[in-house]
Design a protein around this ligand. Structure first.
Ligand code: SF4
Ligand code: ZN
Length: 300
């Protein structure tokens, strides 16, 4: 098969777009699609400073690479959660640091244990009230918001791809979680001056396309999933959606885009926010935010 653009041998065949491309043309295509996505959903402007949340996986490192290629002023943030299984956190941190060094770009590393005295596994052993992933999610959200606010960033970008978005969408639709559905979008505007806008520039790119980009660009990413991801229901929903895609080409993208159209008539519930008396972050909880309560031992 030949590259549609230049005639060299194709290395990526995207059946849903009826497009086969060689490595160089695919890389250009991927960057251009991301640029269009940023403009289409008005994620940020050329002068904005953007913080990209990186995990060491293909999606977030690919996103960081694309944003740099597009010329944005972008820095990375990595939260070292201290997840032990097979040295997951240590190995992913190495990938992130190596990427930042190779591109000569700044990275903020938040080492949870060094900063707060406990890693996520330490807390998970103590707190039985929350699942491992909900604990981890709470910590990541809090710390990313903090770094984005303290660094004065206009937007916090994450590497969620189309497969992630449709799996979440399926999960929320099966339960008719209207609050979550209303808040699922390529851009979540800031709801408080201390919260940065949240953006997902890769939301229309499939997992396979993102992985192909990372490979074509020689990005050294951590291939393994977090050891706790195996229990995640999102993996099951991704499998279901892949089966649907095999039967009906383009089904994932159409599911997502039709949802975004329908979502325009949803009412996003208003949340009233107070300021946490400990850390100063906006919170829907009374007086002390859920993150600060974790360390005080009043939860669980
Ligand atoms: Fe955290 Fe791993 Fe769960 Fe993801 S899968 S939320 S990284 S514990
Ligand atoms: Zn707090």
């Amino acid at each position: 098969m030949k590259c549609r653009k230049c005639g060299r041998p194709a290395v990526v065949n995207m059946r849903q777009h009826k497009l086969a491309l060689c490595g160089a043309c695919f890389s250009d295509w991927f960057v251009e699609q991301t640029r269009k996505n940023i403009e289409r959903y008005e994620m940020f402007d050329p002068g904005d400073r953007v913080l990209v949340a990186v995990s060491g996986g293909k999606d977030s490192l690919a996103l960081w690479d694309v944003l740099l290629k597009l010329g944005y002023e972008v820095e990375g943030v990595y939260i070292d959660l201290g997840i032990e299984g097979g040295g997951y956190s240590a190995r992913s941190r190495c990938r992130v640091e190596a990427f930042a060094e190779s591109r000569g770009v700044p990275i903020a590393i938040v080492d949870l244990k060094a900063a707060y005295g406990k890693s996520v596994p330490d807390m998970a052993r103590e707190r039985r009230g929350r699942t491992y992933c909900s604990l981890c999610g709470l910590v990541k959200r809090h710390e990313m918001n903090r770094v984005a606010y303290e660094g004065g960033f206009a937007a916090l970008a994450t590497g969620h791809n189309l497969d992630d978005e449709t799996a979440t969408l399926l999960q929320n639709t099966l339960r008719w979680e209207m609050g979550y559905l209303a808040r699922q979008a390529p851009v979540l505007p800031s709801i408080h001056p201390r919260f940065a806008r949240k953006v997902k520039p890769l939301c229309r790119m499939t997992e396979r396309e993102t992985a192909s980009y990372a490979i074509v660009r020689n990005i050294d990413y951590i291939y393994d999933e977090c050891p706790h991801a195996t229990r995640a229901t999102s993996i099951f929903h991704k499998e279901l959606l892949n089966r649907l895609e095999t039967r009906s080409r383009g089904a994932k993208l159409s599911f997502y885009l039709n949802f975004l159209r329908a979502r325009e008539s949803f009412k996003v519930p208003e949340v009233s926010l107070d300021i946490c008396k400990r850390c100063g972050q906006p919170t829907a909880a009374p007086e002390i935010c859920a993150f600060c309560r974790l360390w005080e031992g009043s939860e669980g």
